[in-house]
Design a protein around this ligand. Structure first.
Ligand code: AMP
Length: 223
């Protein structure tokens, strides 16, 4: 059982690490960004509003995000653990999550912060590509597909997300600093924060995460 939060600026690699940890620990990867991208594809009023917020690189309002996350975490596959990627992004969301977990008798194993400088983030995100069919993430520099810009699994042409354009990336980084830094302080005060250098390569980062999970589980057992 591992209840994990992955924190860090956009482009820290949270999605990539979450995918690897999901494969190893068999706990679901819950990405609020992916959930909202799905909602934004629809044509109703709410979807349109979310689409506009995302295109501007702003945050979706807390009440809506909290509701969506609560619904997702109540599903059966999250019973024995999850990796939250992209949530919480505000202290309100962090408090909501703590309250929700305590009502269902669970508590966080670890909040892991992937530390990556801004210039690295900008370079990474502007070269990120996504498969529009299966959602698999690539990077033209560090994790390229085997052929041209085609998905290894689907053979579909990869796309650049609108919010990975440089101007939006820089704006998202500023929003991250302003809104999410207090979340890091919150988890630090609660003694569940672990910082991992996000520039040491995917497999090294994943090993560090697994070590933290092992230690987190031992801590729980000792109590
Ligand atoms: P991401 O892929 O995690 O960077 O998320 C893409 C976009 O979805 C963000 O720029 C926000 O507009 C929205 N979003 C995702 N997660 C959250 C969250 N926890 N709180 C508010 N907005 C979010």
């Amino acid at each position: 059982m591992a209840y994990l939060i992955f924190l860090g600026p956009p482009g820290a690699g949270k999605g990539t690490y979450a995918q690897r940890v999901h494969e190893i620990l068999h706990i679901p990867h819950v990405s609020t960004g992916d959930i909202f991208r799905d909602i934004a594809k629809k044509e109703d009023e709410l979807s349109k509003r979310i689409r506009e917020i995302m295109e501007r690189g702003e945050l979706v309002p807390d009440e809506l995000v909290n509701e969506v996350v609560k619904r997702r975490l109540s599903e059966k596959d999250c019973e024995n653990g999850f990796i939250l990627d992209g949530y919480p992004r505000t202290v309100n969301q962090a408090i909501f999550l703590d309250e929700y977990l305590s009502t269902v008798g669970k508590r966080l194993t670890a909040a892991i912060l992937f530390d990556v400088p801004e210039d690295v983030v900008v370079q990474r995100l502007t070269s990120r590509r996504v498969c529009p069919k299966c959602g698999r993430i690539y990077n033209l520099v560090s994790l390229p597909p085997q052929r041209d810009e085609l998905c290894d699994d689907c053979g579909v042409k990869l796309i650049q997300r609108d919010d990975d354009k440089e101007e939006t990336v820089r704006h998202r980084y500023r929003v991250y600093l302003e809104k999410t830094k207090p979340v890091i302080d919150y988890y630090s005060k609660n003694n569940v924060l672990h910082v991992v250098d996000g520039t040491i390569g995917i497999e090294n980062v994943v090993s560090k995460v697994l070590e933290i999970v092992r230690r987190g589980k031992n801590d729980t057992c000792e109590e």
